[in-house]
Design a protein around this ligand. Structure first.
Ligand SMILES: CC(C)(COP(=O)(O)OP(=O)(O)OC[C@H]1O[C@@H](n2cnc3c(N)ncnc32)[C@H](O)[C@@H]1OP(=O)(O)O)[C@@H](O)C(=O)NCCC(=O)NCCS
Length: 181
């Protein structure tokens, strides 16, 4: 079946509320386990718990006003099945008033490739535009081919920025993408 015939219906994208932390944690955990299998060390991935992700989701939701960040969730059939977070760039070499960042975008693996990520990202980037940012960046694991394909399809380009992500005993290469808003 071609992806254009698999577009999802009944998708609602809204601002996250504090009570979404459990769902955001569950979605992030599930998404990591599938997307990063073979990219991150197996023992590191196996050691990550849903509870740990729920805890960081609670923190992210509680801190967002102070950090000028926003968190959006995608509900599919009334169930929170994805989230995205945005705010000012975290990079020391960027102007935090001009450059925003897509911090994270994760969907439950059961709903990948239905056009929901693109819609969620559109809303998230519109929030950055509304806040007056002119550009946005994001960091992605260099080995994360599917996500890089998604970003390249939706207007992002690698800008030469490189960094490292600590996954247990290993430091994995991350690459920065950029786009105008
Ligand atoms: C990345 C992610 C958010 C994309 O959301 P999605 O709903 O699956 O993607 P969409 O259906 O909106 O894709 C839009 C377009 O991007 C491209 N694309 C998306 N996923 C792709 C893949 N796995 N391989 C190649 N191209 C892909 C396609 O061109 C696609 O259009 P098409 O389906 O009409 O061909 C989602 O797949 C996800 O949560 N992945 C795992 C987590 C992750 O790696 N997040 C990013 C961390 S930096």
């Amino acid at each position: 079946m071609s992806s254009s015939t698999r577009r999802a219906h009944g998708v609602d994208i809204r601002e996250a509320v504090a009570g979404d932390a459990e769902d955001i944690g569950r979605v992030r955990h599930a998404s990591w386990q599938v997307a990063y299998s073979g990219l991150m060390p197996a023992d590191y991935l196996a050691g990550l718990s849903v509870d740990g992700f729920v805890l960081s989701a609670r923190r992210m939701l509680a801190d967002r006003a102070a950090r000028r960040a926003e968190v959006l969730v995608a509900e599919v059939g009334g169930v929170v099945s994805g989230f995205a977070s945005v705010g000012p760039s975290r990079d020391a070499d960027e102007d935090r008033d001009r450059v925003g960042e897509l911090y994270a975008i994760y969907l439950d693996p059961a709903i990948w490739r239905l056009g929901i990520g693109a819609r969620l990202q559109q809303v998230a980037l519109q929030r950055l535009r509304d806040e007056g940012y002119a550009e946005a960046t994001l960091w992605v694991l260099a080995t994360n081919g599917p996500s890089r394909a998604f970003y390249e399809h939706t207007g992002w380009r690698h800008d030469g920025g490189v960094s490292g992500f600590e996954a247990g005993a290993e430091v994995l290469d991350e690459t920065r993408y950029r786009r105008t808003l």
